[in-house]
Design a binder for this molecule. Sequence first.
Ligand code: AMP
Ligand code: ZN
Length: 466
Amino acid sequence: MPLALYDTWSRTVRPFTPIHANRVGMYCCGPTVYDHAHIGNLRTYVFEDILRRVLMHNGYEVRHVVNITDVGHLTSDADEGEDKMEKGSRRTGESAWSIARRYTEAFVADWRALHLLEPALWCRATDHLAEQIAFIGDLERNGYAYRTSDGLYFDTSKQDDYGFLARLNRAGLQAGKRVAVGEKRSSTDFALWKFSPTDVARQMEWDSPWGRGFPGWHIECSAMSAKYLGTWFDIHCGGEDHVAVHHSNEIAQTQAAHGTRLANFWMHGHFLTFDADTKMSKSSGDFIRLQTLQSRSIDPVAYRYLCLTAHYRSKLRFSWTSLEAAQTALNRLRHLYAGWPEGGRIDHAFAARFDAEVNDDLNLPRALAVLWELSRSDLSPANLRATVDRFDDVLGLRLSEWRPATSNIPENIQILLSEREQARSEKNWAMADHIRETLSKYGWRVEDNKEGQHLIKVHEPSDDSR
Ligand code: AMP
Ligand code: ZN
């Protein structure tokens, strides 16, 4: 079954065909690096990773570009409020540049812990000022920009179909006029360039033909995607909140400067929301990080598994119970897989069923059901492994790399164990017995079997699931 994807622009699931044979350009709006990413943000990146893997599974070469927003994202989408980076700097006393660096590193660490494939390119907004200024210059020359006392704005009234992606009713918005417009000509107009305030010094600011200041948030994505993927590329992604403002504005800018609506497919991941039955306080409920899970001994990959259990176009209600269930399912799968030998063949009937599900607009919940059905089938263990390996190219659980963890074994015990292994290999049985006794004093029992030494915690049942 050929790949079909839901396109927010047309509001339909339609067959995917690349603009250039076999090559796919994909741009994903990345993090604003003033704080850690929360697991809601990360759900969106897991969805995008699955999309990329499914494209690769279909034989496409994917050029995946992710931006890092390190300037210009204001606390309010109406171009008011503070720059999130500068605000973060005031909160922590650290420079905005250093905050950006630190949270970018933290983000990349989360990215890797979730087994997200490395993008072809990470691009920082602050490394692309020249491109953004040039893009704004084009908009101004084409008659789409006007000046107010605090910046240069995009005039959305110049486009009849402004906001089509979100099916915005601009006439209705104007009539209602609930949003304060200030000096803007209409509420949907947005900043292309903001002037530095005169009363407070900014850390991130640049010279431009319009005055000293900083770029608006939306222009970075139009300018960087144009630079790295061209002004008409295959897929643009983000979270569902981007439809109404950020992506509508990216489209408006690119249409005004280059006459295209930027991407052939617009795809959006739906939100992670919080379950009413959790006992989390509101603040922690609002902001769970990957590290929060790790501190509760939950593997980041279990969170990835949880994301796979819901379709990307439905809300996923988070609860610790569902996350623990995901961890249990993942553990079971890892243990099953570890027992299957290499050297088998892919079962084509199961593979075809799996492919049909993932090609049906990334139906991962159904694809997982095929996987579990496969695991209970009467295929030989080696063929199970070969087939699951193929599925795992899409799932990204990296089952073949997993080993039962020894991290719950203290370091001194691990050292004793390796010394005993050494003694055994030298057939020094007296020493091996001596170390066995020492281990038992620490509360660990060691048994020897065909595979080697097997360690058991005497007082608590051992849990080798982590
Ligand atoms: P930000 O760092 O705020 O620019 O957001 C990064 C990405 O996370 C964007 O694509 C957002 O649309 C997405 N996002 C924000 N909140 C959530 C959420 N609760 N669930 C899923 N995605 C989200
Ligand atoms: Zn963007």
